[in-house]
Structure formats: structure tokens, C-alpha cells
Ligand binder design. Structure first.
Ligand code: ADP
Ligand code: MG
Length: 263
């Protein structure tokens, strides 16, 4: 991380966050800061609490303890618990993106690809049909979907195209923070590498802050500046990506890294 970032205001400040399902722990004792433009990967095996944490950070699940403060454009660092539901929805539609593992959960499957992108532009106040259409076409091009598919619904797309459309829908408004939950997990291995390259270049081009959940350390290696390693709902290790993967300190991280090497 650039030293100057240490003096910048964090985009997100997470303190002692916990989410439980009855007596079962989803995640707990979660503390970290995220800076503008930083790509943070949350890694860990299935059931370690990654999705719970991601959804709680985005306030799609309400925390049981602790706080998430976000640097709102107009008011600075604000505890998300103080926002109304309408203000949260506004945040989700404009300043944030959320890319789901299953495109069906992140796209409107029955409306056209163009409308999936255009809807986000309208949410940030664009009204001019020709401009919206032009921007949608430019974004289809960016995510390598042919312009001729603009009026097709995503039901007619391959899984890889659907996931690329979901990326376009979520990045078109240049949000400051994008959450992604296993965006590559549903893709054929044959299309994963190209998708990851595309994702990496878009994130760098737009200077986005991203919190990405993955069980795949190769994905984390390629995309992340920094890693959080989770086990049984808690952070067991955190640090710069190369540091954690090349010289893991916690026995659990060592096991994760070595099982990838052995695979
Ligand atoms: P991951 O995304 O790392 O696979 P999850 O966040 O989905 O992990 O799950 C963390 C823990 O919380 C697991 O023990 C899981 O069984 C539990 N859990 C997740 N969602 C629910 C739910 N809706 N109700 C009850 N328990 C849940
Ligand atoms: Mg999950």
C-alpha cells in the first residue's frame, strides 16, 4: 500500500463486528479499515463466515454487535446503523455495487442487457435515453459482449456472459465500493482466467475499492492488495497478499496455502 494512504480517510471502518444466527456464529470480532482504491479479499474454507461478513458489512444483514462506518460523500464517516432504510437503498443503488456468485441474484433476468445497465444509470439521475443507450453499449464492449446483444435478456446468455453483464451493471456508475461474493465460483474453468483478467483491469482502471470473498487463493493472489483469512467466523490472519500467501504465520493459513499447493 502507498504510504500516503495511511493518512487518507478510510472508506470503511469496521469495529468488533458480529453477526449470529441464533446461537450459531456467523462472524465475530471483526476489525479492519478499508482505504479508497484498495482491493481486499476475504478468504477461508466453506462455512468460515465469508458471506455472512460480506453481507453484514454491506448492511444487507444487520450486525448483532459492533459498527461499520462508511465515508459518505456528503457527510463523511457515518455509522451505517444510523441510516434509514431508504438511505441504505440509495447507497446500494449508487455509491456501492454488489456482485453475486449467481448472476440470477444480481441481474434482472427478464429485462434486456441494456436495461440492466441503464437502470443503474437512471438511479444516479441520468435521464437522456440516447446517452444511457450509448453508455450501455460502451460497457457491453468493455465486458466483451457483442453490441448486438443489447436488447437480449440475460436468460439467453452463457454463464460467463451473465457474470460479465453483472460486472457492467455494477461498475457502470463508477461506485466507490463494490462487494463481490465468489464472482468466479460458478464459471467454467475455461473462462475463469479471462474473466479475472477483465475484472482486474476494470478495477484498476476505475480505482475501485473492492471487498471480494473467495475460497480460491489463486483468485485472491491475482486481485487482492490485502487479505483477510477467516476461520470459524473469526479473522485468523491479515496482511498484504504476497506476505500472507508466501509466508503465512497462522497454522490454519499455512494449511490453506499448502493444500492449494498440493492440489
Ligand atoms: P462462507 O460464505 O464462508 O461459506 P457463511 O457465511 O455462509 O460461510 O456461513 C458461516 C456460518 O453461518 C456457517 O456455520 C453457516 O452454516 C452459518 N449460516 C450461514 N447462513 C445462515 C443462515 N441463514 N441461518 C443459519 N446459519 C447460517
Ligand atoms: Mg459464502
Amino acid at each position: 500500500m502507498n504510504m500516503s494512504l495511511k493518512h487518507a480517510t478510510p472508506l470503511l471502518q469496521v469495529r468488533d463486528l458480529a453477526k449470529r444466527y441464533g446461537r450459531r456464529i456467523g462472524c465475530e470480532h471483526i476489525d479492519f479499515d478499508l482505504y479508497p482504491g484498495e482491493v481486499l479479499c476475504i478468504v477461508g474454507e466453506s462455512g468460515s463466515g465469508k458471506s455472512t461478513l460480506l453481507n453484514t458489512l454491506a448492511f444487507q444483514l444487520r450486525p448483532d454487535e459492533g459498527s461499520v462506518r462508511y465515508d459518505l460523500k456528503d457527510r463523511g464517516a457515518t455509522d451505517l446503523a444510523t441510516l434509514t432504510d431508504a438511505q441504505l437503498r440509495e447507497l446500494w443503488r449508487t455509491d456501492w455495487g454488489f456482485v453475486r456468485q449467481n448472476p440470477r441474484d444480481g441481474l434482472r433476468m427478464r429485462v434486456s442487457a441494456g436495461a440492466n445497465i441503464g437502470e443503474r444509470l437512471m438511479a444516479v439521475g441520468q435521464r437522456h435515453y440516447g446517452d444511457i443507450r450509448d453508455t450501455a453499449l460502451a460497457w457491453l464492449n468493455k465486458v466483451e459482449i457483442d453490441a448486438s446483444r443489447l436488447d437480449d435478456a440475460p436468460t439467453a446468455f452463457s454463464g460467463g456472459m451473465q457474470q460479465r453483464l453483472q460486472i457492467a451493471r455494477n461498475l457502470v456508475t463508477q461506485p466507490r465500493l463494490v462487494f463481490m461474493d465468489e464472482p468466479t465460483a460458478g464459471l467454467d474453468v475455461s473462462v475463469q482466467a479471462r474473466f479475472l483478467d477483465l475484472l482486474r483491469s476494470l478495477v484498476a482502471e476505475l480505482g475501485l475499492a473492492v471487498i471480494l470473498v473467495t475460497h480460491d487463493l489463486a483468485v485472491a493472489r491475482l486481485l487482492a492488495h490485502r487479505l483477510i483469512v477467516m476461520r470459524q467466523g473469526r479473522i485468523v490472519e491479515t496482511g498484504l497478499t504476497d506476505q500472507v500467501l508466501d509466508d503465512p504465520q497462522h497454522p490454519y493459513t499455512q494449511l490453506l496455502v499448502s493444500s492449494v499447493l498440493a492440489a
